[in-house]
Design a protein around this ligand. Structure first.
Ligand code: IPD
Ligand code: CA
Ligand code: CA
Length: 273
């Protein structure tokens, strides 16, 4: 994507995200209708749907040649990465949105022919906008994020990790490896929003994030942010992400990435689920 065009799209997307966040904040205490999707803990609200519809209408009106790949189904059927695709999670961390009214984010990654050009993660209730443009670094509001510290060893690292992966019956990864990893680390965290977990890795307040099931809209923006500060983002077995499927993800500072994957992660099936 040509720089001047990317800058223009960036400013437009930023304005829409701030507007969408403002709408969510205004209605944060309104009564909620909560439905479930794939299982009783997979929640969706009218706010998830209204927010994605807001982006769908804006994108179609302003950029009819762009595609939208969104969680709630207001976008296009995406089967290939060709062209410009907005990969949108209108609310990442819906369980937090419902239960806590905080700790959720709007996540938008804009890709052109499979290359990440623009990433936004908006922590709505804190009014903190993480952003990145390819080759131009990452920002937390107006503050440029530093390149990640690449010397801290694994034993002094904090990794975002869902404790589900430590259960013997989990279908994706050998739990014994994850147990050893947890023992080796300084500590773990679990924020309940993949997008925020990526943003915190990019900010350097987490050393990494390991998960076994993410959809493209969960990681599209976060991958761009983390890579812009020198971090590494792959599937859990170090294969490249492919943007179209549910997948495992390992995002971290570069010096611990291979060690985590090689020494602690043994997948039971494929890394692309
Ligand atoms: C979920 C959150 C959660 C992650 C799940 C995602 P949603 O997204 O990012 O932290 O563990 O895999 O599905 O459903 O709240 O948009
Ligand atoms: Ca999500
Ligand atoms: Ca969501």
């Amino acid at each position: 994507m040509e720089k001047q065009y990317r800058d223009e799209v960036f400013e437009q997307a930023k304005a829409w995200i701030l507007e969408a966040g403002e709408r969510i904040r205004e209605q944060i205490d309104a009564p909620r209708s909560i439905e479930t999707k794939s299982n009783p803990n997979d929640l969706v609200t009218e706010m998830d749907q209204n927010t994605e519809r807001f982006f769908a209408e804006k994108i179609k009106a302003e950029y009819p040649e762009h595609f939208l790949f969104g969680e709630e189904g207001f976008g296009d059927e995406i089967e290939a990465v060709d062209g410009t695709i907005w990969i949108v999670d209108p609310i990442d961390g819906t369980m937090n949105f419902v239960h806590q009214k905080r700790n959720f984010a709007i996540s938008i990654g804009i890709y052109h022919d499979g290359i990440g050009e623009i990433g936004f993660i908006y922590n709505v209730m804190e009014d903190i906008l993480y952003s990145a443009k390819k080759g131009e670094g990452a920002f937390k509001n107006a503050e440029r994020l530093s390149d990640l510290n690449d010397t801290r060893p694994l034993k002094e690292s904090i990794l975002a990790l869902n404790t589900t992966w430590m259960l013997p019956e989990n279908p994706h990864v050998d739990h014994k490896g994850i147990e050893s990893l947890v023992k080796k680390l300084r500590s773990t965290r679990s924020y309940g929003s993949a997008a925020l977990e990526f943003a915190f890795v990019a900010e350097g307040i987490l050393d990494g994030y390991l998960t076994m099931t993410l959809m493209p809209w969960d990681y599209a923006a976060g991958a761009i942010l983390v890579q812009e500060v020198g971090g590494v983002v792959t599937k859990a077995d170090q294969e490249p992400l492919d943007l179209l499927h549910k997948t495992t993800v390992l995002a971290s500072r570069s010096n611990i990435h291979k060690e985590i994957s090689d020494d602690y992660v043994t997948l039971k099936g494929k890394s692309d689920l």
